[in-house]
Design a protein around this ligand. Structure first.
Ligand SMILES: Nc1ncnc2c1ncn2[C@@H]1O[C@H](COP(=O)(O)OP(=O)(O)OP(=O)(O)O)[C@@H](O)[C@H]1O
Ligand SMILES: [Mg+2]
Length: 342
């Protein structure tokens, strides 16, 4: 389990409790951070986030000249650098915190944001996925290719014994060995395919999604793909979008029990919109937000990828009706030139 320490930020913006909201907001903007930790002498007494400022000042509830004492969250929950990312994640989600001060023996040593946490849990997930993939491949190679090589060895030995004595028998052993070689080759190809990072680069985005949909669902699920791409979509974006679509489709397969899934990819003037809709059983989003299951990272991973692309994510779900996941990402200003006719 990763600890939060490598992911938290050690550059913490602090402010004394008697500073005004205006001063704090200004320093947050200048330093481009989402929170300021409020101190009194050496102790942490509160935290104020950009959101708090927006809520109180922008809505006209308090004037800019108010001191931080009034608006900050007093005695905020804090964590230690040795906290596990998963524990921190539960704490933040349950409490609805976007930032937490990190204290070591009462001393402020950093600040942890949701974004840092996503990085930590994503790193862990990648690690776990890699381990899992290795185990699977080892098993596949052991059960497939190595068994076949052993059989090929037997056949060739038998052939060796028969040469010069029983020509026909020897030929039969050779033919059997040849057939096993074909099998082994096929198994090796499958294993190599599984090792390849993402099919997008090789197939192109849309065929890769088609192949993914075919692999994910059986004939009982109808997949409708209405997609067109745009020359401005970079291969990095494609990779991220493919992973997002992969997770959404996997969720549909595992949780929805849907009969029909629609994947729509639509480029606009300056943005690309992707919408995946299923007619499955849906789920209670509010409940998920309140108490995200400890083992669920898929939606969080999607949110993180979307954030990295500078886009927005909108999930709608209704129990009994289905789920729709929409991702809208900005397109880079200039064409990438990959499909650029000029
Ligand atoms: N299309 C869907 N239909 C019904 N329920 C869904 C759908 N997508 C997500 N869910 C619900 O939301 C939960 C969270 O999904 P998420 O992808 O984050 O985690 P997960 O699929 O349970 O685990 P993993 O970390 O392997 O993705 C799921 O457990 C499921 O209950
Ligand atoms: Mg999932």
């Amino acid at each position: 389990m990763p600890l939060i320490e490598p992911f938290m930020s050690r550059q913490v913006l602090t402010a004394p409790a008697d500073q005004t909201l205006e001063q704090a907001a200004q320093s947050m903007t200048e330093r481009r951070v989402g929170a300021v930790v409020i101190t009194r002498g050496p102790s942490v007494v509160g935290i104020l986030t950009e959101r708090d400022v927006l809520r109180s000042v922008a809505r006209g509830l308090v004037p800019w000249s108010t001191s931080l004492d009034v608006c900050m969250t007093h005695d905020p929950v804090s964590i230690a650098p040795g906290t596990e990312a998963l524990v921190a994640s539960r704490l933040m989600f349950e409490g609805g915190f976007r930032h937490l001060p990190v204290l070591e023996e009462g001393r402020l040593v950093g600040i942890l944001s949701l974004r840092d946490l996503w990085r930590a849990t994503e790193a862990e997930r990648i690690l776990q996925a890699k381990e899992e993939e290795r185990r699977r491949l080892a098993a596949e190679i052991h059960d497939g290719v190595s068994q076949e090589l052993i059989s090929i060895g037997y056949r060739l030995k038998a052939c060796e014994r028969l040469v010069g004595r029983d020509e026909l028998g020897a030929l039969q052993e050779l033919a059997a060995a040849n057939e096993l070689v074909d099998h082994a080759l096929k198994d090796v190809r499958v294993a190599i395919n599984a090792l390849r990072p993402s099919p997008v680069d090789e197939l192109g985005m849309i065929p890769a999604i088609q192949a993914l949909a075919r692999r994910t669902f059986g004939p009982e699920v109808e997949v409708v793909l209405a997609a067109s791409l745009d020359a401005r979509v970079t291969s990095e974006m494609e990779g991220a979008l493919y992973r997002i679509i992969q997770e959404v489709l996997n969720n549909v397969r595992r949780h929805a029990g849907a009969r029909r899934v629609t994947v729509r990819i639509e480029p606009g003037d300056d943005r690309l919109s992707i919408r995946l809709t299923d007619d499955g059983k849906g789920f209670d989003l509010e409940m998920y937000r309140r108490s995200r299951p400890e083992s669920s990272f898929g939606l969080m991973g999607i949110a993180e990828r979307v954030e990295r692309l500078g886009g927005r994510l909108h999930i709608q779900s209704e129990v009994g009706t289905g789920t729709s996941v929409e991702v809208v990402v900005p397109l880079p200003g200039t064409p990438t030139g990959r499909n650029d006719p000029s």
